[in-house]
Design a protein around this ligand. Structure first.
Ligand code: 13P
Ligand code: ZN
Length: 270
């Protein structure tokens, strides 16, 4: 059996959490991350019959039965993940009936998965119904995006339009736009269901006055997606109180989308 700490997926996962912390997105225990793994990726590192603990999910995850997930622990600090993975992360399988997580590795100090597990797993289900290659769900508290939800209308179309205008790459990186949820109580099945519903329409869901959810095929792609949204929100916050003299025109956004061959969400610039 190979040492799981040498697994490339584990190293990449740790590195992403460090980068998220470095950028100031994940204060204290803020943020959580989940990566779907297939059995053949996990098998070289763990005895798949050796279930250390089971935990009740509290919602139906039947659509993910038999899938493996690497997930940050609740109340764990992103700044501590790299170098102490076994206490801060857990790797579990969704039971055959979709009601339990079967812990195979991690949460070594008795910890549990993130309190946002409903939003993560429900978002995995929703994104995979649109894109079967989706494997990552990232939740984080990027500073400027969070600030923007205090001063900008909390409406999906307007919010997307503003972000697209903030940097030339935006419409190319997130042509499906961002969905905006109103403030809701976090850590519940309700916010999980609302997030997953929006995830069917876009890979980014903004949690007003809280943070962001991003989804993607790889850790890099998902990190880049959230990073691009945060960059746009930063430009917005740097210019929000100033007289705006220039902007990217809607016709220019269309030229960009056509040039890069992306299908942008309809109803925002036309
Ligand atoms: P956890 O510590 O349970 O992952 O919660 C952090 C968070 O960001 C809640 O939204
Ligand atoms: Zn949060």
């Amino acid at each position: 059996m190979k040492d799981i700490l040498s697994a490339s997926f584990l190293k990449a996962f740790s590195k992403v959490t460090s980068n998220m912390y470095r950028l100031g997105w994940d204060e204290r225990n803020g943020g959580n991350l989940s990566l779907l793994l297939e059995e053949e990726e996990v098998a070289p590192y763990l005895d798949l019959k050796d279930v250390k603990r089971r935990f009740f999910l509290g919602f139906d995850a039947q659509a993910l039965a038999g899938k493996y997930f690497l997930v940050t622990g609740t109340q764990k600090y992103f700044k501590n993940v790299e170098g102490d993975e076994e206490n801060n992360l857990g790797l579990f399988r969704i039971s055959a009936d979709g009601t339990e997580g079967e812990l195979l590795w991690g949460y070594a100090d008795g910890g549990r998965p993130t309190s946002e597990l409903p939003a993560h797993l429900m978002s995995h289900i929703a994104r995979r119904s649109v894109d079967p290659m989706n494997r990552v769900v990232m939740h984080t508290h990027p500073t400027n995006l969070l600030a923007m939800t205090y001063v900008h209308e909390l409406e999906t179309r307007q919010f997307t339009h503003t972000l697209w205008q903030m940097s030339t790459e935006c419409i190319v990186v997130f042509p499906d736009g961002v969905e905006v949820l109103p403030w809701m109580l976090c850590g519940t099945n309700e916010i999980g269901e609302a997030t997953a519903e929006r995830m069917k329409k876009a890979r980014v869901v903004v949690w007003s006055m809280h943070g962001i959810y991003g989804a993607g095929k790889t850790l890099d792609e998902t990190f880049g997606l959230v990073e691009t949204v945060e960059k746009a929100a930063t430009v917005y916050m740097l210019t929000a109180g100033l007289k705006r003299v220039n902007t990217i025109q809607d016709e220019e956004l269309k030229v960009l989308a056509n040039y890069f061959g992306v299908e942008y969400r309809k109803g925002i610039i036309d």
